[in-house]
Design a protein around this ligand. Structure first.
Ligand code: C2O
Ligand code: CU
Ligand code: CU
Length: 491
C-alpha cells in the first residue's frame, strides 16, 4: 500500500502576540523550505504567519514549535510546543483507539525551572550557573501533577518530549508491558512490546496500553525511570560533559537520576465500542536500501569551549551562521548520513524536510522500535549513527536546518543549514571536511507576512508566562476539509 498522498491544503494563521519575533516550525512535516518555519521565517509581534502546504506525510504525531535563532529554548520552554496529528487511510484501517482525549491521549512532556510562579528560562546555555540545570519541575501538557482517567480498554498515548534538554525513560509504575506502535514519522510495521521507551527532545512515540484487565479505580502512573538512563544522557545520574565544562547545578536537581511520576492514571469504565486487543500489524514500512544511496555525508558532534558544534570536524565555522550554507543536496537523491559523536554527552540529531530510516548504531541494526520513520535520533556518547533518506519533492528556496534538539545547544549554534538543489555536483568522496565557505544566496530573504482572510487561527498568547498548551492540529487526510465560513476547522 502506498502512502496516502491525498492532498490537503490547510491554511494556518498563526497570530503572534508574544511581544517579540518568533517563527513556527512544523517539526517532522515534509514541506518546502518556505513553509518549514525555520529560523529564516520569522514574523514580528502582532503579525500573522500563513503557511499553506500539502500534507504528504504518513499518519503520525508531529509537532510545532518556535524556531527563532537564539530564542528557541526560551519560547519552547515557556510552553509553545503543540501537536499535529496526521491521519490517513492506512492508519484508519487498523483497529486503533482514536477518540481524542478519551482513548487517544496527547502527552506533551516538558520540564521547567520556576522562580516563584514564573518560569525561569534564562538564556545563556553554557553559563556555569545556568538555571536550565534547575529544571526541577516536570509538566505534562502544561500541568504539574497531571492526572487522567483511562477507560478499561486499550488506550493510545501520543508522547512528545518537548523538553529543552532532558531525556525521559517512560514506563508504567507496575512495569507492565505496553506496545509502541509509532515512531516520529509513521506507524511501525508491527506493535513492539516494551516496558520502557526512551525519548530525547523532539522525539515522539505512540504507545498502546491495555487497561482492560485492570479493575475500575486502579491507580497507576506513567513514570520516567531516570535512574536507568545510561551515562551521558541528560537526566541520568551522570549526564556526561556537555560543553567542555561539567554541568554545574546538576546533581541538586531532584529529577536527575531518580524515577519520577509523569502522569497519574485512574482506570475508569470502558466506553462504547472499546478497542480491547492490541493489533498484530501496523503500517507498511519500506526502508530505503543502502544500495540505492547516491551519496554519503558525514557529520561530527564535537564538544567545544563555546558549546558543542555540529558539522565538519574542524574549527572553521563550527557554529550556525545564516550566511553559510553548510550542505547542498541533489534533489531526488538518496543519501546516507553518518553522525559521529566525539562527545561524552548524548545529542539528539534532527533534520528538517525529510523522514529517515536508521541503518545502524555502531554498526548494529537499531532496536525494533527505531525501525520506522524518524526525524530525530539520539546519538549516544561516541556513537556512530547511520541513517538513510530521500530528498525529494522540494528543491531550492529557503534553507532547511539540521541541528541538535537540545535547545540550548541549538540556540548556541549546534546547527547547520542545507539547500536541496535541483541540479548540483555531488562529491562522492565527501569526507566531512567542507569548510562552509559558500555564501548563502538567501540571506536577504525575510518572509513577508501577509494577512490573509480565512483559515484557522492559532493564537500564540503571552502575558508573561504562557503555560497553556497550544491547540492540537488534527489533519485527517481522508476527510474532506470542513469549511465553516471559510475557516479550516482545527480542533
Ligand atoms: Cu523541532 Cu529544527 O526543530
Ligand atoms: Cu524540525
Ligand atoms: Cu547537543
Amino acid at each position: 500500500m502506498q502512502p496516502d498522498q491525498s492532498a490537503v491544503y490547510p491554511t494556518i494563521n498563526v497570530f503572534n502576540s508574544l511581544g517579540e519575533e518568533t517563527t513556527v516550525h512544523w517539526h517532522g512535516l515534509h514541506v518546502s523550505g518556505e513553509d518549514d518555519g525555520g529560523p529564516w521565517s520569522s514574523f514580528g509581534s502582532n503579525e500573522t504567519y500563513n503557511p499553506t502546504f500539502t500534507v504528504k506525510d504518513k499518519a503520525s504525531t508531529y509537532w510545532y514549535h518556535p524556531h527563532l535563532h537564539h530564542l528557541t529554548q526560551k519560547q519552547v520552554t515557556l510552553g509553545l510546543a503543540g501537536l499535529i496529528i496526521v491521519k490517513d487511510g492506512e492508519e484508519a484501517a487498523i483497529n486503533l483507539p482514536r477518540t481524542y482525549g478519551v482513548d487517544d491521549i496527547p502527552l506533551i512532556m516538558q520540564t521547567k525551572a520556576f522562580t516563584g510562579n514564573s518560569i525561569n528560562y534564562v538564556i545563556g546555555p553554557m553559563d556555569p550557573v545556568n538555571p536550565i540545570n534547575n529544571d526541577a519541575v516536570f509538566m505534562m501538557n502544561g500541568v504539574i501533577n497531571a492526572q487522567q482517567n483511562v477507560p478499561r480498554q486499550v488506550v493510545r498515548f501520543r508522547l512528545l518530549n518537548g523538553a529543552h534538554q532532558r531525556v525521559f525513560n517512560v514506563g508504567l509504575s507496575n512495569n507492565a508491558t505496553f506496545y509502541q506502535i509509532g515512531s516520529d514519522g509513521g506507524l511501525l510495521a508491527a506493535p513492539v512490546p516494551l516496558t520502557r521507551v526512551r525519548l530525547a527532545p523532539g522525539e515522539r512515540a505512540e504507545i498502546l496500553v491495555n487497561f482492560s484487565t485492570y479493575s475500575e479505580g486502579t491507580e497507576l502512573f506513567l513514570k520516567s525511570f531516570a535512574s536507568e538512563l545510561p551515562v551521558g544522557f541528560w537526566g541520568a545520574t551522570n549526564p556526561g560533559n556537555h560543553s567542555g565544562n561539567g554541568p554545574s547545578n546538576y546533581n541538586p536537581n531532584p529529577l536527575n537520576g531518580t524515577n519520577f511520576d509523569i502522569i497519574k492514571l485512574t482506570v475508569s469504565a470502558s466506553t462504547v465500542n472499546p478497542v480491547l486487543t492490541i493489533p498484530s500489524t501496523g503500517a507498511n514500512v519500506s526502508p530505503l536500501s543502502e544500495l540505492n544511496a547516491n551519496n554519503v555525508r558525514i557529520k561530527f558532534l564535537t564538544p567545544g569551549t563555546n558549546g558543542p558544534s555540529i558539522g565538519p570536524n574542524s574549527d572553521i565555522n563550527p557554529y550556525f551562521n545564516f550566511n553559510i550554507i553548510n550542505d547542498y543536496v541533489q534533489l531526488g537523491d538518496i543519501e546516507i548520513w553518518e553522525i559521529h559523536s566525539k562527545s561524552n554527552a548524548y545529542h539528539p540529531f534532527h533534520i528538517h524536510d525529510i523522514q529517515f530510516y536508521i541503518l545502524s548504531r555502531n554498526g548494529v541494526l537499531p532496536p525494533l522500535n527505531e525501525r520506522g520513520r524518524k526525524d530525530v535520533v539520539a546519538v549516544a556518547p561516541n556513537e556512530i549513527v547511520r541513517f538513510i533518506a530521500k530528498f525529494d519533492d522540494f528543491g531550492e528556496g529557503v534553507p532547511y536546518m539540521y541541528h541538535c534538539h537540545i535547545l540550548p545547544h541549538e540556540d548556541k549554534g549546534m546547527m547547520g543549514q542545507f539547500i536541496v538543489k535541483k541540479n548540483v555536483y555531488v562529491n562522492k568522496n565527501f569526507n566531512g571536511t567542507e569548510n562552509g565557505s559558500i555564501n548563502n544566496p538567501y540571506n536577504t530573504f525575510y518572509e513577508a507576512i501577509n494577512n490573509s482572510p480565512g483559515g484557522a487561527t492559532i493564537n500564540f498568547i503571552s502575558n508573561g508566562d504562557h503555560n497553556e498548551v497550544p491547540p492540537t492540529i488534527v489533519i485527517d487526510k481522508q476527510a474532506v476539509i470542513k469549511l465553516v465560513n471559510g475557516q479550516v476547522i482545527i480542533k
